[in-house]
Every structure is written in C-alpha cells, then in structure tokens.
Design a protein around this ligand. Structure first.
Ligand code: FA5
Length: 343
C-alpha cells in the first residue's frame, strides 16, 4: 500500500481490532512492531506529510500523533489484561483462592519461668547484682562439701540426689547454692550476685513438688552484713515482684550453709483475711535465707573475720505459680502447648 493511499481512520480501527484479538504477549509485540515500528504504518503516515499541501500538513501531523497515542494506550491496556488473565490461570492451576482469609501465623511466646527470671534479673541488675550461671551437672564438692554438708550429714537426705557417676563425685545439682561458692571463688568482695537456674531432686512429685524445678540463688558479701540487710533486700525483691511493699516475717530455718538460717514468709498479696493461695493463714512461705556460714566463706576463699554475707534461695517455680495462679507445678515443664499458649 503506498503511503498516499493510507486512510488514517482505517489504520486506527484496524490496529485496535488487531490489539483486541492478540491473545499472547508475542502477538501483541508483533502488532506493535507492525503499527508503531520504524517501518510501521504510523511512521508511513508521518512520512507522507511533507508531500501534502502545506495547508493540510498540520492537521495530518496531529491526526497521526493521535493515532499513535490511541494505539500505544490500547497496547498497554491489552498487555495488562493478558498479564491478569495469566495470573488467574496460574491461581486456578494451583487451586489458590485470593478471597480466602490468609493462614494464621503461629506466634511463640516466652515461657512463664523465662519471663519471671528476666524480670528478676532486670530488678537485681538495677541494684548492682551480677547475674551468674552455674553448671547443672555439679561436683559433689560445690553442691555439698563446700556448703558445709559433709558426706554423712543428715541434710543430704532432705535433698534426694541424682548421682551421675559410680563414685558419687558428680551430681545433678539439687539447689542453686553451689553457685555461692563458685561466685566467691571468682569475685572480689564486696559483691552481690544472683544465679537463676534449673535444679533436680529425686523425689515423688505432686502439685507442689517437681523433680526438676527452678530456683534463684542470691548472695551478698560485704562488711558487717546483718539480718537487717537481708530483710531490706527481700522487701525490695517482693515489691519488684508484686508491685507493692509486703510485710515479711522470719521463722527459724535450718540449712548447714547459713547461720542463723530463716524461712521468710510474706503477707499474702492476694487477700487480707485468708484465701486458698495462703491456705487461710494470710502468710505465704516464700524463701529460705540466712547469713552465710563462716565455713562456707572460708571454702570460697573469703576471710570470715573480715567479710560477712547473706544468701537466699528463691523457689522460682513456686513464685511463677503464685504470680500466674498456676495450681500444679508439674504444668510448668510438661511441654503441654495448651498450657504454654496461655502466656
Ligand atoms: C534450698 O534449696 C536451699 N539451697 C535454699 C537456701 C539458699 C537456704 C540460701 C539458705 C540460703 P529448699 O530445699 O527449702 O532450700 O528449697 C528452696 C525452695 O525451692 C523452696 O522454698 C521451694 O520454694 C522450692 N522447692 C523445693 N523443693 C521443690 C520441689 N520439689 N518442686 C518445686 N519447688 C521446690
């Protein structure tokens, strides 16, 4: 077709029809080349302008550009429609329905023991305490001997022990107190330290006794440490945990590694006249504590003539139970997701 014979309106109509019926990307590109390419039909329209009467050139140029614009736009619309159709086909092949709600993402959370441990660590760190760790498989020396509990001492019976070797030199630690001696060996007095961790006892389990549970040991060594310091520190601890000051009382308690030794009770944070948590007594038995025995200071390489200290052994698992109203300690390490999902 010679350029002089080209009918611009027919060109546009034909291009738009061809674009509509192109059903692949390649077909669309072929139509584009045919109409908008360097040798294409629209280029022909523009090329013939110089041969027209001067009075017709302006209108012809404008019309050619309009046709080019219309074709370009139609190509873009068709291209988007083809891409959309391809995506639909792919979704159908995969059986994917975009109208369904997205699958729920399971989010984990920290174990309640970890949550309370971290809170207590923050609290103690803010008071200048070191946060220490100790081995769960412990030497008999640290678990018993250095704590003033020699081989045939009756106190060993109260903490039934899992032994790890025939000679009885390695045990699963029965409490976090061995970290006291390890701390004394490592740190220069005066110092304050807490050591949270898992402990193990070979005992029959019930709602308040587990064979594996958590404690947090505390140890402060300084000059002229007294029971007054101990009570002050315990009150701060309880205020941090329960959000307000609680009245405390000390009862005598026996542990070979403290002298004097106490059981510390706190006023029940949940009632005023007695409830099931405090067994109607308004007091909650919370933690054993005492002034560090001179023999233990000596075993840790510290001169008891110069230094003194207090120590406490918080039953972390029981505290977590109290905090969240958990009625059976055995839930804590059961790994039962129905329990864990509540935290
Ligand atoms: C001790 O373990 C001492 N080491 C604590 C201590 C430290 C005394 C420093 C003095 C100075 P006891 O055996 O009472 O003491 O345990 C401490 C706490 O651990 C108890 O008050 C209780 O809250 C918790 N506990 C003891 N046995 C179990 C158990 N089987 N299951 C869960 N918690 C337990």
């Amino acid at each position: 077709m010679s350029t002089s014979e080209i009918d611009p309106e027919a060109v546009q109509a034909q291009a738009l029809e061809r674009i509509q019926s192109a059903d692949t990307e390649e077909a669309l590109r072929a139509v584009e080349r045919e109409f908008l390419g360097k040798q294409g039909v629209v280029q022909g329209l523009l090329a013939r302008i110089p041969s027209l009467e001067p009075s017709q050139r302006g209108a012809a140029g404008k019309q050619a550009n309009q046709i080019k614009g219309a074709i370009t736009q139609a190509l873009a619309v068709r291209e988007a429609a083809l891409a959309h159709a391809a995506m639909d086909a792919e979704r159908q092949a995969l059986g994917f329905d975009p109208t369904l709600p997205p699958p729920t993402v399971e989010r984990g959370s920290l174990h309640p023991i970890t949550q309370v441990t971290r809170e207590l660590e923050d609290l103690f760190a803010s008071m200048g305490y070191h946060i220490l760790d100790g081995p769960e498989v412990e030497r008999d020396h640290y678990n018993f001997e250095a704590l003033n509990i020699p081989a045939d001492h009756p106190a060993r019976d109260s903490q039934d022990t899992f032994y790890c070797d025939q000679e009885g030199k390695l045990v699963l630690r029965t409490h976090t107190s061995p970290v006291q001696v390890r701390a004394m060996e490592r740190l220069q007095p005066p110092f304050r330290a807490v050591a949270p961790g898992k402990v193990f006892r070979q005992e029959s389990t019930d709602a308040s006794h587990e064979h594996t549970f958590h404690q947090m040991e505390g140890l402060v060594v300084g000059k002229d440490i007294s029971v007054g310091h101990l009570i002050g520190a315990m009150k701060t601890l309880l205020a941090g945990i329960f959000g307000r000051e609680l009245e405390v009382r000390l009862r005598p308690g026996y542990f070979p590694f403290v002298e004097p030794g106490f059981e510390l009770d706190a006023r029940c944070p949940f009632c005023e006249e007695g409830c099931s948590v405090c067994k109607r007594t308004t007091w909650i038995e919370l933690l054993p504590c005492g002034l560090v025995h001179p023999e233990v200071l000596r075993a840790g390489g510290i001169d008891p003539e110069e230094w003194s200290g207090f120590a406490f052994g918080l039953g972390l698992s029981r505290l977590v139970m109290l905090r969240y109203g958990i009625d059976d300690v055995r839930h804590l390490l059961s790994g039962d997701l129905r329990f864990l999902r509540q935290f």
